[in-house]
Design a binder for this molecule. Structure first.
Ligand SMILES: Cc1cc2nc3c(=O)[nH]c(=O)nc-3n(C[C@H](O)[C@H](O)[C@H](O)COP(=O)(O)OP(=O)(O)OC[C@H]3O[C@@H](n4cnc5c(N)ncnc54)[C@H](O)[C@@H]3O)c2cc1C
Length: 398
């Protein structure tokens, strides 16, 4: 008999999972609050290089016909009663549940941030905001630009540094670099949190004349003067603040209440991906509190782990990540790691940059599972080596 599978979220994780299951075993419903699926990594290029390619597709077009796609917002999940409730009052009972709701930006955590991001835009929330940032950068006459993240939890840990390197590249192309000061601020003790990768990044920052302010935990912003203040007592005065907002889990009330952390990320077993205290509920992608980076690569692998488990072949997630990191000027590097294998130093190459650029083209096929053999081969070939005792373990911000 078919089991009722409810997937909340029609983004990367929900789509990959729905495409990975045998239709004979499951009656699959995906409830999604959005209509369009955004290829989020492209927001970086919308904001810093004015990319205008087709980066949104209809969620329906990415799902097989047998999957029931419902556009609605889930507001409550009762894990004891095995049902979810939507803003429209619809009730969705399930045998199995997968929470794939991603995460949302939350500017309210930092006073002054809403005004700043409304005025200057950002590159982690929407296409409109990324386009606004491009307009500000394109018309920037020279001066001080400060760029950094508003809290330690972030989508794609390399993305703040990618932003500052691409800003540097843009200003050089426009002949404005001599008239500009670039400041990169971070709450971490170094520019990139994983030290082997930082060994690559720091010389590059120096070479490009980018100033780095570490231990800068953003406390509040004065939007009238574009001054950023940190909890540690430092301040940055600038002409153009580019601030990546803090993130939170989806606005859903859960029963029992203790299955989410204070930021509403779902407390999830780091290997089985089961929601705390449950057997038939899983969380995948950015929605969970897993101690690994919030990135599409991990999301892909997590969705495959849950698909295998649901299909009767219990699998475990090893914390694997493989984030492409654009260093600007046509060079890139991959940040590879897992729970057991720390991030190692890798050589920046043009090929890595081109691989990142090519990913948008293959992304849509990868969601449908058409590239699974290629992806499996890639992950096998690039499997990181387990840590020796002296090495630091991989962390949330690898
Ligand atoms: C600037 C930027 C650069 C990035 N670069 C990279 C990169 O180079 N490499 C990489 O691997 N990753 C990158 N990422 C991260 C990657 O895009 C995300 O990690 C990935 O999309 C997460 O997938 P997800 O399915 O968990 O969430 P999402 O894809 O965000 O999907 C969440 C879904 O849940 C739905 N939803 C939310 N709440 C509800 C609700 N209450 N009810 C119903 N539906 C709901 C949404 O509508 C959406 O359909 C980048 C992200 C950004 C922003």
């Amino acid at each position: 008999m078919q089991k009722k599978l409810l997937i909340i979220g029609g983004g990367s994780a929900g789509t990959i999972l729905a495409n990975s299951l045998d239709r004979r075993d499951f009656e699959i419903s995906v409830v999604s609050s959005s209509f369009g699926h955004l290829f989020q990594p492209a927001l970086l290029y919308v904001a810093f290089t004015n990319v205008k390619s087709h980066i949104v597709r209809d969620e329906r077009s990415l799902l097989p016909p047998h999957v029931n796609l419902i556009h609605d917002q889930i507001t409550a999940v009762d894990l004891n009663e095995q049902r979810a409730t939507s803003a429209n009052g619809a009730v969705f009972p399930y045998d199995y549940l997968v929470i794939a709701t991603g995460m949302r930006t939350d500017t309210s955590q930092i006073p002054g941030l809403s005004e700043i991001n409304e005025k200057y835009g950002d590159y982690h929330s929407s296409i409109a905001r990324a386009q606004r940032l491009w307009k500000r950068l394109d018309s920037f006459p020279g001066g001080t630009i400060a760029l950094g993240q508003g809290s330690p939890i972030i989508k794609c840990p390399p993305s703040p540094l990618e932003g500052i390197f691409l800003t540097d590249e843009l200003l050089r192309k426009k002949g404005l670099r001599d008239k500009s000061r670039l400041i990169f601020f971070t709450p971490f003790p170094r520019a990139y949190s994983a030290s082997p990768m930082n060994e690559i990044v720091e010389p590059l920052l120096q070479e490009h004349g980018i100033e780095v302010l570490t231990f800068f935990d953003l406390d509040h912003i004065d939007p009238a003067t574009n001054t950023l203040y940190s909890i540690e007592g430092d301040k940055i005065e600038c002409d153009l603040p580019i601030v990546i907002p803090p993130f939170k889990g989806a606005e859903i009330e859960y029963l029992p209440v203790d299955v989410v952390d204070p930021d509403n990320f779902v407390i999830t077993d780091k290997e089985t991906l089961r929601v705390k205290g449950t057997f038939n509920a899983f969380a995948v992608g950015d929605a969970s509190n897993l101690p690994t980076s919030k990135a599409g690569v991990g999301t892909h692998l997590q969705a495959k782990v849950v698909a295998k488990t649901l299909s009767g072949h219990p699998a475990k997630f090893d914390g694997r990540t493989s984030c492409p990191f654009d260093l600007g000027n046509g060079r890139g590097v991959f940040v590879n790691g897992s729970y057991e294998a720390p991030v190692t130093k890798a050589r920046p190459t043009r090929t890595n940059h081109l691989m990142k650029m090519a990913f948008e083209r293959i992304y849509w096929s990868s969601l449908r599972g058409r590239l699974d053999p290629v992806m499996d081969a890639y992950f096998a070939l690039t499997r990181p080596r387990p840590a020796s005792k002296e090495q630091e373990p991989a962390s949330t911000n690898v």
